[in-house]
Design a protein around this ligand. Structure first.
Ligand SMILES: *Cc1c(COP(=O)(O)O)cnc(C)c1O
Length: 375
């Protein structure tokens, strides 16, 4: 995907001047820097970025420039990306199931932290240098996230005790990691996980080097901006309360760090009685809308860049492909004066959007433009 460095002051100004007929991602590096700073100053430990949320080279470069010095990678391709765009940054390889070739690639790339959730996967790491950090991935049945990650990865507390003991017996540095599930709006799951991590470490008789509290931090998706500081405070207090000797804390946000970096600009191809047709949909930048509740930060803009202020009615919205699945799962409130050639701007679309764009039916977002601010 090419990035067009032309600086326009707002999305509206850029749309009015360029009248793009294809969908476009508008990149806001200044806003990305602000969010990175919020994590770096508010989180009581090391902030790493989960690359999968948005693996664009300019994202990695901007986050590195903002002061992010460690990256959570899940594959050899993500390792190569971070090595190229953020030289000197630490790599945390936190995908707990790896082929032998991937273990070799992680070793070659110099990954300093590895996660495990199964004994047989830990045995595959026996050739890593002594002292390497191995973080046991814990799972608990907790609610609070938009969707749960515990169905695929994670060891139960009983399994985690065994894994921690084996990590120490193999001569590695023992840590615990967890992920409360993505878009987790309540601080409570972090508190529960931290208490359980302390109990697991005590049962195992192991002093933890670090505790990685995962990603899952919420992005701003509806009217209320999430209170990240309240989550940071809960994490800090829980760790102080649960451990006699609190481990260093690490977090690995993807969504919350990346979301504000992009606005998705789509154009209206047709307004019909039964539905509005856009030039992008669930096979493009709106892929995640199938799996996670849609967000409300959508604004309608006329082709000349002005706001559309007609009364809003809830409309069916279709994407551009010839597949009937290509439809937003819920009705979208749209102004009654919306017409063909106007635009819909979806804000906060920097996470799990660009990486999921397909070329199905010849559509999909191919263009990224840098914008000074969000308007
Ligand atoms: C996906 C993932 C993250 C990031 O999750 P978000 O919900 O986007 O913050 C962090 N850590 C691991 C291990 C992940 O798989």
């Amino acid at each position: 995907m090419r990035i067009d460095p032309t600086l326009s002051p707002t999305p509206e100004a850029w749309l009015a001047a360029n009248a793009p007929d294809e969908p476009v991602f508008l990149f806001h590096p200044a806003r990305l820097m602000e969010v990175a700073r919020e994590f770096l100053t508010g989180f009581p430990g090391l902030v790493t970025y989960a690359v999968k949320a948005n693996p664009a080279p300019e994202m990695i470069r901007a986050l590195h420039a903002a002061g992010i010095r460690a990256f959570d990678v899940a594959s050899p391709a993500e390792m190569a990306l971070v090595r190229a765009e953020a030289p000197g940054a630490a790599l945390h390889y936190h995908n707990p199931v790896r082929s032998a070739a991937e273990v070799a690639a992680g070793l070659e790339a110099g990954c300093v932290s590895w996660s495990v959730d199964r004994m047989a996967e830990l045995e595959k790491l026996a050739g890593l240098p002594r002292g390497t950090e191995i973080a046991v991935r814990l799972k608990l049945p907790v609610a609070g996230a938009a969707y749960d990650f515990g169905t695929k990865f994670g060891a139960t507390p009983e399994q985690a005790v065994q894994l921690l003991r084996r990590v120490e017996a193999l001569g590695f540095t023992a840590s615990i990691t967890f992920h409360p599930g993505t878009q987790c709006t309540s601080p409570a799951p972090w508190g529960r996980y931290i208490n359980e991590a302390a109990a697991v470490a005590r049962s195992a008789g192991v002093t933890l080097h670090r505790l990685n509290v995962g990603g899952g931090f919420p992005a701003h998706r509806d009217a209320d901006r999430p209170d990240l500081q309240a989550i940071f405070d809960t994490i800090c207090e829980a760790a102080q309360g649960a451990f006699d000797n609190p481990p260093h804390l690490v977090c690995e946000p993807g969504r919350a760090l990346a979301a504000e970096a992009l606005t998705l600009a789509t154009r209206v191809k047709g307004v019909h009685e039964e539905a509005v047709f856009l030039n992008d949909g669930v096979y493009g930048g709106l892929a995640e809308w199938r799996d996670i509740a849609p967000m409300d930060r959508v604004r309608a803009v006329s082709r000349s860049g002005g706001p559309l202020q007609g009364e809003r009615t809830r409309r069916v919205v279709f994407g551009p492909t010839c597949d009937s699945i290509d439809r937003l799962p819920e009705l979208l409130p749209l102004p009654c004066d919306l017409t063909e050639g106007d635009y819909l701007l979806f804000e906060g679309m920097g996470a799990y959007s660009r990486a999921l764009v397909t070329g199905f039916n010849g559509y999909g977002v191919r263009r990224v433009v840098e914008i000074e601010n969000q308007g």
